[in-house]
Design a protein around this ligand. Structure first.
Ligand code: LMR
Length: 436
């Protein structure tokens, strides 16, 4: 356990690292205690001392600290940020919680977050990493690599296995952790096992996260996990919960670009409708290539309806066959895209796909499920649904299938959403993109 030893002129207390973590958070942001260089002791403990003439505020809090996750290594130190010229124009630090933090997707994502690539070069961040008992060693390994990367914007890292501790004050929660479907496991079992995890994480967010936390659920089955999470977090607006379908949108854009022989930045207005599963509907009806409707550029409509659609629906599985595991790097890129779509204004006339709570949608899709739809954002973290889209008979039929699947998944997890007794009547062909 990390211990900080303060110079007597600042405080006479030997602090448990969680107390230190508490102190660092309870001081005004851009902290006031400055520390002399750190020494690691033989036992892996950390000791640091305060230069007396730099102390600005009393550092001792007399009340019992709230339970906090463990701050990690060098991130347990605090510095006088006002002395650092480059920090003067920084924004207020934001807290980002990541579950499944010792996994492959997180391993790509965390370093993007810490580098400033996601939230910008003037946005300091705190990373709150949630793992499991089984993964705690690996999580320490992740934290060590973050230490060694010397990211200027990464001001705090804490690790833990209790979501009630790790999600404290989280302003973003990127929920990646989920159990994969094992051999012989029924889909209903998968829904239940992961649903239990997401119910607990929803309750934890409800109890300790920022009231305006934005939640992106990545762990599969992500739409229904997001639904369970939001139902267990009644004090957080339902519209703040997202299921990640941006990877599917990116996959669809790539396939359309390939077919049209253009670079993929020419493809816009791609919607993924519905579930992140093999029933998802990649919408070529409203999509554009170089500003023109896709159907005017790609004349092979049979290809669009059949090959294109299936390729996108099953891309996850095709990748698993190559890699022997689920996509990780491209998933992390799509999480970055999903976040950036919410914090930057959507380019005029375009939109992005994300799975959101369907209640109040203008498309006639059933209420009370998490359904991927076209959205636009002003860049304030919020979004609005795009109204001016065409839903023709082809789309309507396909959307009905993915909607029916999500309604069946919802019935199957009723015990986790507070909606009564679960009845699992899942369609036989219900599959994640990776299950083929
Ligand atoms: C993907 O789309 O790549 C993943 O969701 C696949 C999976 O089932 O893990």
């Amino acid at each position: 356990m990390a211990v900080a030893q303060f110079n007597p002129n600042c405080t006479k207390t030997h602090l448990h690292s969680s107390q230190l973590s508490f102190l660092s958070r309870s001081l005004p942001r851009h902290r006031h205690c400055a520390f002399a260089p750190l020494h690691r002791t033989q036992h892996g403990k950390i000791s640091c001392s305060v230069a007396p003439n730099q102390v600005q505020v009393p550092a001792v809090q007399t009340q019992e600290p709230k339970s906090k996750p463990e701050c990690y290594g060098v991130f347990c130190l605090t510095y006088d940020l006002r002395a650092e010229e480059e920090t003067r124009s920084w924004k207020k630090l934001i807290n980002i919680a990541v579950s499944g933090a010792a996994g492959m997707i997180a391993n790509h994502l965390l370093f993007k977050l810490a580098s400033g690539e996601v939230f910008g070069p003037d946005q300091p961040i705190a990373l709150k990493l949630l793992g499991s008992e089984r993964s705690i060693q690996a999580l320490e390994g992740v934290a060590m690599e973050l230490e060694d990367s010397l990211f200027p914007l990464l001001r705090e890292v804490s690790i833990g296995i209790d979501p009630y501790e790790v999600f404290q004050d989280a302003e973003w929660a990127l929920l990646i952790g989920a159990k994969p479907r094992g051999p012989g496991m029924e889909r209903a079992d998968l829904l239940d096992i992961n649903g239990q995890i997401y119910a607990q994480q929803g309750r934890a967010l409800n109890a300790v996260a920022s009231r305006n936390v934005k939640v992106i659920v990545v762990g599969n089955p992500c739409n229904t996990n997001a639904l369970i999470c939001l139902k267990n977090a009644p004090n957080i607006p339902a519209r703040n919960f997202h299921a990640l379908t941006r990877l599917d949108e990116n996959r669809a854009k790539c396939q359309l670009a390939l077919k049209a022989g253009v670079f993929y930045d020419k493809v816009s207005n791609v919607t993924i409708w519905g579930n992140h599963s093999t029933t998802q509907v990649p919408d070529f009806v409203n999509a554009k290539i170089d500003g023109l409707p896709v159907k005017e550029v790609v004349k092979d409509h049979k290809w669009l309806e059949e090959e294109f659609t299936e390729k996108v629906q099953k891309r996850g599985g095709a990748l698993i066959q190559k890699w022997g595991r689920s996509s990780a790097a491209s998933t992390s890129v799509s999480i970055v895209d999903a976040i950036r779509s919410l914090i930057t204004p959507t380019p005029k006339g375009d939109w992005f796909s994300t799975g959101v709570y369907s209640t109040g949608n203008p498309y006639g899709i059933a209420e009370g499920i998490v359904f991927s739809m076209p959205c636009r954002s002003k860049g304030d973290g919020d979004y609005e649904l795009v109204k001016d889209v065409i839903i023709d008979d082809y789309l309507r039929q396909r959307i009905a299938k993915t909607e029916a699947e999500l309604l069946a998944e919802k019935r199957c997890v009723a015990h986790l959403t507070g909606e009564g007794i679960a009845v699992c009547d899942l369609p036989g062909d219900t599959m994640l993109p990776g299950e083929m």
